[in-house]
Design a protein around this ligand. Structure first.
Ligand code: FAD
Length: 369
């Protein structure tokens, strides 16, 4: 498949770019952070995103979705990365729809997907239990209780956990890893909001004997693994948007900032560093589109591709966000300059769903090393 976007995908991307530049610039993230906003995102903005169809892109037409696919969602994510837009795109439009579409029963899909599409329901995948990404190392248990189960355990880094209506919780049930849809207000759940370095939401969720029905189950290990691979690829698209924006801002600064009577961008040492970043970013862009296409084509090597991409994009985003702050000089580390926001988001995104080391190791294992 050629590494180019269709006309519809290009239109989607340019409309997202225009919308986000106007409605969710970096300044909007700064305001959310400074006001310690209760939600951590703009709820009216989220409704507008839903009205534009962003929450319906990957949902099958049979459930009222657009069936547009993950290449489309990836374009929106990339534009979100350019303005660092804080919204439940990852927790809900990406993870929630994917887990329910892959593992949900007919009844779950019929009842939950339209609510997500309308922008009425926020979901949060509660699957991490350690400080580093170990999705299959699960201590949370779902013990049989009457017709259903009682879930007990503790989850960390639950993206949008404190604003979620439904939690999707991983637990060991009947000896195997299972996912359950749990009402966030159910008795036995306590949720503690945490602010991450990038000013976004990630809660700690404790569950004590939370009762669920047997038909609240929404798949097992395979669904979690495939959903995470899809999420890794779409998050990489967001990270590519961030690296491109940080790079563009840095290049503009190199052309503008005068030193010794000339723009600092005229010095070859800085040009070499810029050229290095440029070629790495182009590689990431091509890899990301290939991997987004692989999701839509149901590529059987998705796991290896997702790990290859997440490792590489994490590495390059680190380089570009560091170089941005460095080349801006002293002002780069001040809060007045927006370049630092890209570095903070980069650090969190690098860790989310597995960092460079995790994915390098996984890629090697998948390939038999
Ligand atoms: C927290 C903090 C603490 C500080 N503490 C001290 C301190 O204790 N003492 C002190 O003296 N200063 C201190 N500074 C100031 C700091 O050293 C300067 O900000 C730094 O030297 C960058 O200078 P600048 O802001 O003028 O950047 P610019 O001159 O705008 O430089 C921007 C970028 O271009 C690079 N560059 C500039 N000219 C060239 C060139 N000709 N060739 C190649 N690259 C070039 C710079 O290395 C930098 O990466 C501190 C700054 C901060 C943020």
């Amino acid at each position: 498949m050629a590494l180019i976007l269709s006309e519809e995908e290009k239109m989607l991307k340019s409309s997202a770019k225009e919308f986000l530049a106007e409605r969710a610039p970096v300044e909007a993230l700064r305001r959310l952070r400074d006001s310690q906003d209760n939600y951590g995102y703009d709820r009216s903005l989220w409704r507008e995103m839903a009205e534009m169809g962003w929450t319906a892109l990957t949902i099958d037409e049979a459930y009222g979705g657009l069936g547009f696919g993950y290449v489309g969602l990836g374009q929106i994510m990339e534009e979100c990365g350019r303005t660092l837009a804080a919204s439940p795109m990852v927790s809900t439009a990406l993870l929630g729809t994917t887990v329910i579409s892959l593992g949900g029963s007919e009844a779950q899909k019929q009842s939950l997907l339209p609510e997500i599409m309308e922008g009425n329901m926020i979901t949060a995948l509660a699957f991490e239990e350690k400080n580093s990404h170990r999705p299959f190392d699960v201590s949370t248990t779902a013990e049989k209780s009457g017709e259903g189960y009682r879930i007990s355990g503790k989850k960390v880094f639950v993206l949008d956990g404190h604003v979620a209506d439904k939690l999707i919780v991983s637990a060991i049930a009947d000896g195997e890893l299972s996912l359950f849809i749990v009402d966030a207000k159910a008795s036995g759940i306590s949720i503690e909001r945490k602010f991450m370095m990038d000013s976004r939401n990630a809660a700690t969720v404790s569950l004590e004997g939370v009762e669920v029905k047997a038909d609240d189950r929404v798949g097992g290990k395979d669904v979690l693994e495939k959903s995470l691979d899809i999420a890794r690829i779409c998050l990489s698209a967001e990270m590519v948007g961030s690296m491109q924006e940080a790079f563009d801002r840095t290049i503009a600064y190199l052309k503008e900032r005068q030193q010794f009577g000339v723009p600092i961008g005229s010095f070859q040492a800085l040009q070499h560093r810029a050229a290095h970043m440029f070629s790495e970013i182009e590689l990431c862009k091509a890899m990301t589109l290939k991997c987004l296409q692989a999701i839509d084509k149901e590529d059987k090597h998705l796991a290896a591709k997702a790990s290859m991409l997440k490792a590489k994009v994490g590495e390059v985003l680190k380089l570009v966000s560091n170089e941005g702050v460095q080349m801006f000089g002293g002002i780069g580390v001040t809060d007045d300059e927006e370049i630092g926001f890209f570095m903070k988001r980069a650090r969190v995104a690098q860790q989310t769903f597995g960092d460079y080391n995790y994915h390098l190791d996984r890629f090697a294992s998948i390939n038999g090393f």
